[in-house]
Design a protein around this ligand. Structure first.
Ligand code: ATP
Length: 637
């Protein structure tokens, strides 16, 4: 219905402009899918709104009858009926069963006047029911849209998150969905009710005195031009407002997430200044928007008041009777609010369109990495991983692939249950292989196989379900230690979690913390040391018990004692698993079954520590850099 109203209003794009027209058509089509399940309820609520709008005309008729009775009742008999539009002649005294040819007394007047609140209540109640029903539908729709938008963001690949601004994403998922909701609601109400309100009042007005009404309304078209001009400026201001509030969210999110960096560099004032600048921008834009929106009302009112003035001059000239005069003035004042609201429709469309465009762009974004339509569940894998001639380049910020691949012509077989360590200088491509095993990216050439099956033929959930990860920078949620470990397997019992923590050598320190397993670790685990966080991360991976384990620099930046504890924990964790360890500290991987030496995206060599030490110059270099001549070279068991 809204789509047809829009296209009717704007067949030649005079009203909205080609760009907004396109955006709104897309918006209506996108929102339509969400509203469709509630179509009957929506229709009913719109009909209620229309009934309330039409009731305005009936109410005026009722008022006229009451005015007539009250104003003439004391002096004249009630034999004189009131001529009503479309209905003919009516007499309220007759309808109420008052005695003919007798003046209306106080009781009669009170009875007649008691209809005023009744009429107003009926109109208000119909409108309330309609608005409430629409609000219920809109809340359900926005609930679903917000869930789907969040789900869509969660489905995106790491490449998407590398380029996105977290604060902006938060702003779109939370604030813009609300803006779609509020503005779309207002639009439905305005488009469904206001035209009918105006039509019903105009019908009464024209039937009552068409000359007066024509004179009063003659000037109305003069409002159209300034409203159009304002609408055009509103789009630019609206766009600035949206981008300004996204910037504000970005500053907020980064200042809070990076609070330790801010503090350690004593940059509180710098962040505050940054916030003030973006905040001032938001305030300026909001003010600009409000100024334009609120300008529409006075323009319409001022222009309309000229017409009313002219109409009154005419009324005086014609010597209108008091009750008719009352009715005309009342009807004209009743027509103001809906006309004012209708004149803001274009701006509401701008706002709803802008918000919806952002939301639906995110909601409908197809992830870079998708499950194949015939993807299968891998089940529990044995843990054999094979790289077959794999080459991969990252994208530049302009979306074009980098010329130099991050990994090049990689051929490598990882047998189940063995420990593989990847070494090489910074930028050699170690972490990229790790990301490729997780299918964060697809190779440009070649393939990666899990137990002989191309991972692109597996569902992402089942592939990643076979992989446990222990990262250098452990991420912990702001919840209890118990829940943080449980993230490895959501249905794990408390006993299983404690068992995993014991294996990860975490149980002892957890017991010493006030609150034990139920202690809250703080934002990002800020209440724990680096080594403690890593042990929780290992406990999480132990609980997950996946056949493949990816370890990324798990023991860097730790003192010798902590490193020993973590090494023991990793040993427990690694038992029977295919381990892919990325480590700069060779001391942690000397006993690996195979050490893979990488440089500039290529695999240079692969062998045991003693083999590589004899034959590979890059490995020798790395080894001697770390174990300088005066340092004791660790012994291999
Ligand atoms: P380090 O030991 O320092 O972590 P690495 O051996 O793990 O290095 P990778 O992180 O795999 O190396 O990086 C390989 C190359 O790919 C580098 O040149 C790096 O700049 C580039 N690179 C890594 N991640 C991205 C990314 N998200 N977008 C673009 N280029 C990237």
């Amino acid at each position: 219905m809204i789509a047809s109203v829009l296209s009717f209003l704007d067949r030649r794009h005079y009203f909205l402009g080609a760009e907004l027209h396109r955006v709104l058509q897309r918006t209506v089509a996108s929102i339509g899918k969400y509203v469709f399940p509630y179509k009957w309820r929506l229709l009913f609520s719109v009909l209620l709104g229309m009934a309330s709008a039409t009731f305005n005309g009936l109410m005026l008729i009722g008022f006229q009858l009451i005015f007539s009775l009250v104003l003439k009742g004391q002096t004249r008999t009630m034999g004189e009926p009131v001529r009503l539009p479309l209905i003919g002649k009516l007499n309220l005294a007759d309808m109420l069963g008052f005695e003919q040819d007798a003046p209306v007394g106080l009781v009669g007047v009170i009875i007649a006047c008691s209809f005023i609140p009744i009429l107003i209540f009926i109109r208000g109640f119909l409108s309330y029911l309609s608005i409430y029903m629409q609000a219920v539908i809109a809340s359900k729709v926005v609930y679903k849209i917000r869930n789907d938008t969040f789900r869509s963001v969660m489905r995106q690949s790491p490449a998407f998150f590398s380029n996105a601004r977290t604060g902006e994403l938060m702003q779109t998922v939370v604030m813009q969905t609300t803006a779609v909701h509020q503005n779309a609601m207002l639009l439905i109400q305005t488009l469904a009710q206001r035209p009918l309100t105006i039509i019903s009042i105009l019908t009464v007005l024209f039937a009552q005195d068409w000359v007066f009404t024509s004179v009063a309304l003659l000037i109305f078209p003069a409002c159209v031009w300034p409203i159009m001009r304002i609408g055009k400026s509103a789009r630019a201001v609206g766009q600035n407002e949206v981008s300004g509030s996204s910037d504000l969210m970005v500053v907020l999110q980064e200042s809070f997430a990076g609070s330790r960096l801010v503090k350690s560099y004593a940059r509180e004032e710098h962040q505050c200044e940054l916030f003030e600048v973006t905040n001032a921008n938001v305030v300026r834009n909001t003010l600009g928007w409000t100024r334009l929106l609120e300008l529409v009302g006075p323009i319409v009112e001022s222009v309309a008041s000229i017409g009313i003035g002219a109409g009154l001059v005419y009324a005086w000239y014609r010597g209108l009777e008091a009750e008719n005069f009352f009715l005309l003035v009342m009807a004209l004042t009743q027509i103001y609010p809906p006309v004012k609201e209708l004149s803001r429709v274009q701006m509401l469309m701008q706002r709803a369109g802008l918000a919806a465009e952002l939301v639906f762009q995110l909601l409908e974004k197809v992830p870079d990495i998708l499950d194949a339509p015939d993807a299968v569940d891998s089940g529990r894998a044995r843990g054999a991983v094979e790289f077959r001639d794999v080459t991969f380049s990252y994208l530049e910020s302009d979306g074009i692939k980098k010329e130099v691949p991050a990994v090049n012509s990689i051929n490598l077989k990882l047998d189940p249950g063995k420990f593989y360590a990847f070494v090489g200088p910074s930028g050699a491509g170690k972490s990229t292989l790790y990301s490729l095993i997780l299918r964060f990216y697809d190779p440009d050439k070649g393939s990666i196989l899990l137990d002989g099956c191309d991972i692109r033929k597996l569902t992402q959930t089942s592939l990643r379900g076979n992989i446990g990860v222990v990262n250098q920078d452990t991420f912990l949620f702001h919840t209890t230690i118990l829940e943080n470990i449980r993230y490895g397997r959501l249905d794990a019992s408390r006993e299983e979690i404690i068992e995993a923590a014991k294996k990860a050598h975490a149980h002892e320190f957890i017991e010493q913390i006030g609150g034990g397993y139920d202690a809250v670790v703080g934002e990002g685990g800020c209440k724990l040391s680096g080594g403690q966080k890593q042990r929780l991360s290992i406990a999480r991976a132990i609980l997950r018990n996946a056949p493949i384990l990816l370890l990324d620099e798990a023991t860097s930046a730790l003192d010798t004692e902590s490193e020993k504890i973590i090494q023991d924990a990793i040993q427990v964790l690694s038992e029977g698993k295919t381990v892919v360890a990325i480590a700069h500290r060779l001391s942690t991987i000397l006993e690996a079954d195979q050490i893979v030496v990488m440089d500039h995206g290529y695999i240079l060599d692969c062998g045991s520590h003693s083999e590589l030490l004899v034959r590979n110059p890059m490995y020798q270099k790395l080894y001697h850099l770390q174990f300088s001549a005066d340092e004791k070279i660790p012994e291999i068991a």
